[in-house]
Design a protein around this ligand. Structure first.
Ligand code: PHB
Length: 391
């Protein structure tokens, strides 16, 4: 069985936003923990993901002193622009709904900040260490077996295991079959995610619907911009050359009418199948699921990292209540509270998929009607703003 590691209070699987926020919170409340991450440090520091933080997420990070980088380098953002077959319109969503903006801060920069703060506070982390199995979680001494890059097998013991290791991670994989329910939905849409070495082309998030498919423009920094192109399922990320990608983006974003895009080198390409996958419940004895491991969400409304931070705060404070105050209540309520937020975000993301995609004739009719309602109804705009920025 390989070597036995020392015991700790909490083993955290995964060094994404969920795992690292949780690690920071536990350390700060004097709870011993270790983070085990399958990938190497360089990889997690550069893994491009969404970059839109909700106002609530910013408040959580601030509350726990984890917002230094974000305060310095994050930029408030409050406008989105829709380009459709009927023209274009803008929503100044910061002045709608609850009147809150997003903060644009690339997720990998947030991860790098969280890592510095965690390690700086004495937090332990092991990279290149893949969790293989979680066991014993029906009792109070769960364990995790890991395999290191050199093949070495180890077993870690804890009082609790927090699986922040994604939808395909060891946390979910270790659940016996028939335990818990998975609510899966394939939205039957795929996006090619592109990171371009180019300044933003508009001062807003851009959502374009076009007979050839959706295209999106999302700010990242002064010289890097995120674009998305709807593509056919199973397409190869390298199917298109760079010129072709820019031509396609300009066509769908209607550059002939609204101005050209600022082109640059394509730094990264990823194919994303839009899927949802929610687990219920999120607690199995001493094993808890957080972030994508709890509920994978489509990237349409950039909710993933926000849900991860929210879940990590709920779990971190609940563990502290249990371990320091002997109050098991918040831990008992973790799953239901977290799921309520997850479903609300799923509902909105699903609505947005219907706003931006639709194949003829029925769904296309629905999509156009949804877009017109958003363009013309103040009530609809307030509802949109509240859910777009909220978690
Ligand atoms: C992103 O930053 O990748 C992003 C932003 C807004 C969205 C979707 C994705 O609606």
């Amino acid at each position: 069985m390989g070597s036995e590691r020392e015991s700790t209070d909490v083993v955290i699987l995964g060094a994404g936003p969920a795992g690292l926020v949780l690690g920071n919170l536990l350390l700060r409340s004097g709870i011993d923990c270790v983070v085990l991450e399958r990938a190497g440090e360089e990889h997690i520091r550069n893994r491009a993901r969404a970059g839109f933080l909700a106002a609530h997420t910013v408040r959580v990070l601030r509350r726990h002193g984890l917002d230094e980088g974000l305060r310095k380098r994050g930029r408030e953002h409050g406008t989105c622009e829709f380009r459709t077959e009927d023209g274009r319109f803008r929503l100044d969503y910061r002045r709608l709904g609850r009147g809150e903006p997003h903060t644009v801060y690339p997720q990998h920069e947030l991860v790098a900040d969280l890592l510095v703060s965690y390690v700086g506070a004495g937090g332990r982390i092991r990279f290149d260490t893949e969790a293989v199995e979680v066991g014993g979680f029906d009792g109070d001494r769960p364990w995790v077996t890991t395999k290191a890059a050199d093949g070495g097998v180890e077993r870690w013991r804890a009082r609790y295991v927090a699986a922040c290791d994604g939808r395909h991670g060891a946390g979910r994989r270790s659940l016996p079959s028939g335990v818990g329910r998975r609510h899966r939905h394939d939205h039957k849409v795929s996006w090619l995610g592109l990171l371009a070495e180019a300044p933003p082309s508009l001062d807003a998030v851009g959502y374009a619907t076009h007979p050839r498919g959706f295209a999106g423009h999302m700010a990242r920094s002064a010289d890097v911009t995120r674009y998305y192109l709807q593509c056919t399922r199973g397409a190869s990320v390298d199917a298109w050359g760079e010129e072709q990608i820019w031509d396609e983006l300009e066509l769908r974003m209607r550059s002939a009418d609204y101005g050209p895009l600022r082109r640059g080198r394509i730094l990264q390409r990823t194919l994303v199948d839009l899927e949802s996958d929610v687990l219920d419940p999120l607690r199995y004895g001493s094993l808890f699921l957080v972030g994508d491991a709890a509920g994978l969400i489509s990237p349409t409304a950039a909710k993933g990292a926000n849900l991860a931070v929210l879940g990590a705060e709920l779990l971190g404070t609940a563990l502290s209540d249990e371990l320091h105050r002997g109050d098991p209540g918040p831990l008992a309520r973790y799953s239901a509270r977290c799921l309520a937020h997850i479903w609300r975000a799923q509902d909105f993301s699903h609505w947005m998929i219907g706003l931006l995609h639709g194949s003829p004739p029925f769904q296309e009719g629905m999509r156009r009607s949804r877009m017109r309602a958003l363009q013309t109804s103040r009530t609809q705009q307030d509802w949109f703003a509240e859910h777009y920025v909220g978690v």
